[in-house]
Design a protein around this ligand. Structure first.
Ligand code: NAP
Length: 317
């Protein structure tokens, strides 16, 4: 079993520096994968109301606690407020749904999934669209939504709160107006989009960057992302007897982020967590830095198209 180290967050809590992504892990496939993940040392689990798998995640947690494999306090469970619940009056109800789905009496970390809200129709319309197929957005200020999330900490429903997909200006606006600081900003981060500026900015403010899509969702048939197939990457992998994916994940740890790769495959779950027995040199980090292309794989184009005032990716970082 791999023991994953933790990082101390700005509210005094600790987060394992590596976690399991669960987006697109549904039902049986995800359940089996999560069972195996917990058995081999995964403790930080990243889900979201939007992923529609909170029930399955909760079921495995319950099973592993009952079997004595882990205690609740060993686990670090992250879920997210979906964009249709940005109305401050809906935040408590949304969090309660996630708690019920997960079967937990507290969540370790609750994130605002995105700074732009979507129109609420009902709980089943997660991507509300009009007849022309245009995504229906809302104008709720993410600051008001965040303030409603602070109340969840006070109620004891969530231990920590954070943000996701926020840019530097939005982060500072939250920091200047909040009572409880966000502990993390979860953003796309991998060698092809390394977020160096946002990482430095966040470090100065004691906010940890959680790296989502840390492998840039590999597509081996198309040899994508390019960084996994680069000769310089293959040479570093060869030196450590690791795979390019392991080098990419280790790089993310070495630059101070918390990667959360998703896998529903036992072999790849093992591969991804086996990155705590080596460390890249400064020169190797520079080589991996050079794979940055500035191209996102999650550009949120449906929101971008509408020029919403809170669309986060119009700024450089
Ligand atoms: N906050 C947000 O807006 C946001 C957005 C996107 C993602 N996320 C979170 O971040 C997590 C990870 O991001 P992601 O799922 O987008 O992308 P990712 O983790 O970069 O890539 C996942 C894909 O990589 C494959 N894979 C896993 N390990 C591999 C390895 N060692 N070698 C080759 N392929 C491998 C997986 O397939 P197999 O399952 O078959 O192994 C899966 O298809 C998500 O699951 C979610 O929890 C958050």
């Amino acid at each position: 079993m791999v023991v994953v180290p933790s990082v101390k967050l700005n509210d005094g809590s600790e987060m394992p520096v590596f976690g399991l992504g669960t987006y697109l892990s549904k039902e049986n496939e995800g359940v089996e994968a999560l069972r195996h993940a917990i058995d081999i040392g995964y403790r930080h689990i990243d889900t979201a109301f939007f992923y529609q798998n909170e029930k399955e995640v909760g079921q495995v947690i319950k099973e592993k606690i009952a079997a004595g494999v882990v205690k609740r306090e060993d686990l670090y469970i992250v879920t997210k407020l979906w964009n249709i619940y940005h109305d401050p009056a809906k935040v408590e109800e949304a969090c309660k749904k996630s708690l019920d789905n997960l079967g937990l009496d507290y969540i370790d970390l609750y994130l605002m999934h995105f700074p732009v809200g979507y129109k609420f129709i009902d709980d089943n319309h997660l991507l509300p669209k009009d007849e022309a197929g245009t995504l229906q957005l809302s104008d709720y200020d993410y600051l008001d939504t965040y303030k409603a999330m602070e109340k969840l900490v006070k109620k004891g429903w969530v231990k920590s709160i954070g943000i996701s997909n926020f840019n530097s200006e939005q982060t500072d606006r939250v920091l200047q107006n909040c009572e409880i600081k966000p502990v993390t900003n979860q953003v796309e981060c991998h060698p092809g989009f390394n977020q160096k500026k946002l990482i430095e900015f966040s470090k100065q403010r004691d906010i940890v960057i959680t790296a989502y899509s840390p492998l840039a969702r590999p597509n081996p048939a198309e040899k994508k992302p390019a960084f996994l197939f680069d000769e310089k990457m293959l040479a570093i992998a060869e030196k450590y007897k690791k795979t390019p994916s392991q080098i990419a994940l280790r790089y993310l740890i070495d630059i101070g982020t918390v990667p959360i790769p998703k896998s529903a495959n036992k072999k790849r779950l093992e591969e991804n967590i086996n990155i705590f027995d080596f460390k890249l040199t400064e020169d190797e980090i520079k080589v991996v830095d050079s794979f940055h292309t500035g191209e996102r794989i999650n550009p949120f184009n449906l929101v971008k198209a509408q020029n919403h005032k809170y669309f986060p990716f119009a700024l450089e970082f």
